[in-house]
Design a protein around this ligand. Sequence first.
Ligand code: ADP
Ligand code: MG
Length: 230
Amino acid sequence: MTDAPLVVVEGLRKVYRSGPKEVVALRDVSFSVRAGELVAVRGRSGSGKTTLLNQIGGLDRPDAGRVVVDGREITSLPEDELLAVRRDVIGFVFQSFGLIPVLSAAENVGVPMRLRRTPVAEREARVRMLLALVGLEQHVNQRPYELSGGQRQRVAIARSLANRPRLLVADEPTGQLDSQTGRQIMELLRAVVRSEGVTALVATHDPSLMTLADRVLEISDGVVREAALT
Ligand code: ADP
Ligand code: MG
């Protein structure tokens, strides 16, 4: 772990407008994350976790403030450059896995490398390595519907690492899993942060992550504060 911040968030504000109604989802949010840290973002439903991760991951744009990821100010990038950052610098893991149903586990993990035109031999070698890393070497040819929820999330984690991202953004990755499987997925995330040297931001209300995280950020009504580690 170095001291250089991998993520810097400054004065982030996000307002959703639907008709005359306004919802302030993020209010002047500022914090930074050092390279190699695993940071949990904890807060009840509707507190702003997804909104925060979407601004940091470049999936949405804030109304004010800036986000810097690995030295790039992503909040000011044009759409095509932002697309490249999402493909090459950031890995995403979602609650609902987001796998392509007609593709095998190996093909799903290979998708980000195809988008980047990684040579076939290199791609296939990395797919094998990543599926072994997440404990699925026996399941490479199975499609998502032939896998359990926990196994699907393992495929999604392997896929998120395909292009060697600097930052992993995981939005309630255990939200659809039973507590024991959820714990295993959190332990896997903890392990890959170490082994792949990646930095991770994980939104969760799963208490088991709190003990695995280096830091916990508490979000309440769009306001983020540092929580004491228990
Ligand atoms: P969490 O992920 O913690 O459950 P969200 O970031 O999804 O919270 O939501 C934060 C607030 O913003 C909530 O009040 C939610 O209703 C509102 N919100 C989220 N997305 C939208 C949207 N696309 N349009 C309008 N309001 C939204
Ligand atoms: Mg959410």
